[in-house]
Design a protein around this ligand. Structure first.
Ligand code: AP5
Length: 221
């Protein structure tokens, strides 16, 4: 779909709202890169880099990684040539400082910018995160009940091992939710005030949420 060529999309929503699931579908349709700060940080950890070592302790505890570290990674990623014609940010920005820095990073090259927020209840979030399984090879996301893989421990797409994320333990989920409400939710007002906010109901099926996003972003489904 060519409509994606100039799009800059930010996906907002609490942990487990379905940002990664929807992002994977959207970027396939729109042909723009998927920039997930969670995935970038987990990649740094897997590769054993200094940044990964710094981020690990925050992530395992469900806390936000310091802004300077994340901003450095995002700045580098958005400067890549594949982001020139648009991108989808998943999990960034997560604080007002990050939102303001993003605004500076894309100043002068903004074409069509929208922040889409996926709204889901806390009860549903706990169910989703408790049943989530992620592929260690290709990053594909499954849910034991809602999007079950054919085999419980192997990825349907690449055969890689499916694991439960360290931060999907009940006590960590509760902390991530509290931090989302305190630090990230204020961004809804931030983007609403700029007339750049789209809110979609995230409790529906994956396909129904995708349709709402495409329609709200003014794209064909
Ligand atoms: P990150 O990886 O970004 O995690 P998150 O924002 O907490 O979001 P999740 O990945 O947990 O959930 P999601 O909304 O993508 O849901 P998903 O599609 O998987 O961040 C992890 C950590 O990294 C942070 O805690 C922080 O420490 C650090 N970090 C990252 N970015 C940072 C930043 N900018 N600044 C500072 N620190 C940062 O879906 C969840 C489950 O539900 C899946 O099993 C899926 O199959 C299922 N599902 C999805 N949609 C539906 C549906 N419609 N119906 C039924 N089931 C569904």
């Amino acid at each position: 779909m060519s409509d994606g060529a100039t799009l800059q999309i930010v996906l907002l929503g609490p942990p487990g709202a379905g940002k990664g699931t929807q992002a994977a579908l959207l970027v396939r349709k729109l042909g723009i890169p998927h920039v997930s700060t969670g995935e970038i940080l987990r990649g740094e950890i897997t590769r054993g880099t200094e940044r990964g070592d710094q981020a690990r302790v925050f992530m395992e505890q469900g806390r936000l990684v310091p802004d300077e570290l994340v901003l450095d990674l995002v700045r580098g990623r958005l400067a890549s040539s594949d982001c020139e014609q648009g991108f989808l940010l998943d999990g960034f920005p997560r604080s007002t400082i990050q939102a303001e820095e993003l605004c500076r990073m894309i100043a002068g090259r903004t074409k069509r910018f929208m922040a889409a927020s996926i709204v889901v209840s806390d009860e549903e979030i706990v169910r989703r995160l408790a049943g989530r399984r992620t592929c260690t090879s290709c990053g594909a996301i499954f849910h034991l009940e809602f999007e079950p893989p054919r085999q419980p421990d192997a990825c349907d797409k690449c055969g890689g091992a499916l694991v439960q994320r360290e931060d999907d333990r009940e006590e960590v989920i509760q902390r991530r939710l509290r931090i989302y409400r305190r630090d990230t939710e204020p961004l809804l007002d931030y983007y609403r005030a700029k007339n750049r906010l789209l809110e979609v109901g995230g409790q529906a099926s994956v396909e129904a949420v995708q349709s709402q996003l495409l329609a709200g972003l003014g794209l064909r489904s």
